[in-house]
Design a protein around this ligand. Sequence first.
Ligand code: ATP
Ligand code: MG
Length: 234
Amino acid sequence: MLKIRELSTGYGESQVIFGSSLEVERQKVTALVGSNAAGKTTLLNTISGINKPWGGEMEFLGENITHFSPRQRVEMGLIQCPEGRRLFPTLSVYENILLGAYPRRAQAKKEKNLKQMLEAFPILGQRRSQPAGLLSGGEQQMCAIARALMSDPVLLIMDEPSLGLAPIIVSQVFEIIKTVQMEGVTVFLVEQNVQKALELASFGYVMENGKITLSGSGRELLGNDDLRRTYLGI
Ligand SMILES: Nc1ncnc2c1ncn2[C@@H]1O[C@H](COP(=O)(O)OP(=O)(O)OP(=O)(O)O)[C@@H](O)[C@H]1O
Ligand SMILES: [Mg+2]
C-alpha cells in the first residue's frame, strides 16, 4: 500500500533521514521502532507531507505521492494521528472528534462515523460536551484516535499512541489498534513500547540514526538478540 524508497530529509543543514526504504502492506499493522531522536517522527511527517523530502520516492495506492501536498494525501486516505495528541483543549470532545471529518471523502460518512466513535469510546460519549483539555491523558489519546478515525483512513499512521499512559490504558490503546486493523484499516505504528508493538505488528522495522538497520516479521524481531539487548534490556 505504501512504498518508501531511498528517502532522505532533514532540517536546515542537518540531515536526519539517510536513504530509508520500507513498505507497508495492505490491512496489516507495520511497526517502526528506534531510540529517541532516531528520526521516526521526521519520517512519518515526511510520509504525511509535513516535511519535504530531499531525495527518494514515496508511493501510496500505486500513485507517486512524493510531491503531493498534505491535503492531497489526506484526501487519498493517508491520515496521521500525531505524537502528543494535539487536541484543541478549549473545544469540546465532540467538536474535536468532528474536526476529523474535514476530508471530502469523510464528509458523507460523518454522522455514521460519529455515532460509531461515541459507541466505541463510551467515555468520550459521556464527556462529549466537556473541553477536551479536561480529559485524562488516556482519554485524550482515545479522543485523538477517534478524531483520526473520523477522517476515514485507508492508512492510519500513529506516532507513539501509548506515550505517557498507564499500563492498563496502554493495553486498551493496543486493543483499539487491533480492532481498527481488523475493520480493514492499514496501520503504520511508531512505538517506544517495542514489545507490544512487535507482538501486534506482522512486520517491523528498526531505525537507528536515520537509517533502517533491521527488518523482519514481528516475531523474528522479538527473537533478535541485538534488538532484545538494545530495546528490551534483556
Ligand atoms: N523541527 C525541527 N527542526 C530541527 N531539528 C529537528 C526538528 N524536529 C526534529 N529535529 C531533530 O531531528 C532528529 C530526529 O528527531 P525525531 O523527532 O524525528 O526523532 P524520533 O525518532 O521521533 O524521536 P522520539 O522517539 O524522541 O520521538 C533529532 O535530532 C531532532 O532534534
Ligand atoms: Mg518521535
